[in-house]
Design a binder for this molecule. Sequence first.
Ligand code: SAH
Length: 501
Amino acid sequence: MANVYIVGAGPGHPELLTLRAHAVLKRADVCLYDRLISSETLALLPPDCEKIDVGKAPGVAHRMRQEDIQALMLKYARQNKVVLRLKGGDPYVFGRGAEEAKACFDAGVSFEVVPGLTSALTAASFAGIPMTHRQAGAEFAVITAHRREDQADHHPLKWPVLAQLDTLVILMGVSMLSEICRELIAHGKAPDTPAALVSQGTLIKQKTVVATLSTLVERCEKSGIQAPAIVVVGDVVRYTKTLCWFERLPLFGKTVWVTRASQQSSELSERLRECGAQVLETPVIEIKPTQESLEPLFESLRHVDWLLFTSANGAEIFLNQLFGSGRDARSLAGVKIGVIGKSTADCLQKYGLSPDVVPREQFQAEGLLAALPEDLTGRQVILARAKKARSLLPEKLSARGALVSMVDLYETLPAENLALRDLWKTAPPDFVTFTSASTVEHFSALLRKQGLDSQSIQGISIGPITSEAAEKHQIKIVAQASEATMDALVKVLLQFVKGQG
Ligand code: SAH
């Protein structure tokens, strides 16, 4: 195991991290990160990881000198911490990664370098620009235009050679755009050669300006484009119109906060990302199992007639323990199973179980009651649920003659130290998704505690009970899912955005 990990974070989109980068991120004690690391990527770090911004803003006085960054990195390494040096794109592409790795080597500190997707290729790809194409380009070069004449390592750009190449990608070129275009034309590139500038590639603010060498400067000035950006010159730029799939996604440009507990948020986040949204997981609740052991319950399953699950969380905890204890599906042989909705049914499916009863509509206690038999006289019913759940189910089931035992499988606790304030500044939400009344309650409590105003929030709710809770806490719900599934939640958000559009 290394002490220092010099990791390429890719161009910013968190799903463009490599698996290796992701694994290392998850166990970092300290993270020294650059200016261009996105908030979504930083959100993946463990909550107790110390995060240090060592970024440098261009033009402005350097916030931290390279030597100081290296010294800090080595200092933490000597404290035996897992040090993550997180860099934009690939550490070895204009990233000074090699100098940092060498500093580790010289200090006798073990290190690993994790390659990343360089923005040179990725930002172009997300803008629909292929690096090569049989009809448009057989070679490409990646260069930086940012040269400091005073530096000892100054290499002048080889314009006569560069002007000959099919495809050119230029990093750090925004402030020198007119010089780049002028030099290329002066050295023989046709003025009408297609040229593009892609700023904030792969991020929600990605913007692509397509022009020619002679018009790019003017077009960029008009659209007020900002760094970081790459410039691509060559015939391959022509393909952007057809191949730019990213900017055409329905939630492109939108930031969505997902408030569910982190164990459950990945499915929703993934779907939203697929629609082009920037997703921030802000798990305002934590799910904590309450039972030490479910052994006594498992032992008594023989005598049980009905086992009812009121949430996917409960089903997951119960089945995980049941199968984890060495039992298999036969221990549920004589038991009928009822679930509150589709998500819970899906959870059962994962374990090869099909519920006997799923409400056809209304995925809440009322729906389950409607789907269960009217006469439950003398039936042993286990209600596997969350602590502090509503009392409707046990009351109504007892009224039907059932012998109800309640098992509180888990409780939802507020996540106390979630810094919403910081996220609010860097990635304010266009939408916040609420998948239960408790997410609304805890979210609203956190907002208040951190002095944030709920007025501007546009909430997307999973169903009527959640919407009611939102109303109570003065959170505006702009769209409500037609049924309590992640699919329906995403669908209603897409409809809402389309309606706005
Ligand atoms: N090591 C990095 C490059 C560091 S130099 C890499 O491999 O990507 C910083 C330059 O990278 C910026 O000036 C810009 O030209 C480019 N860049 C970084 N992130 C970018 C992004 N998301 N979109 C467009 N260009 C980006």
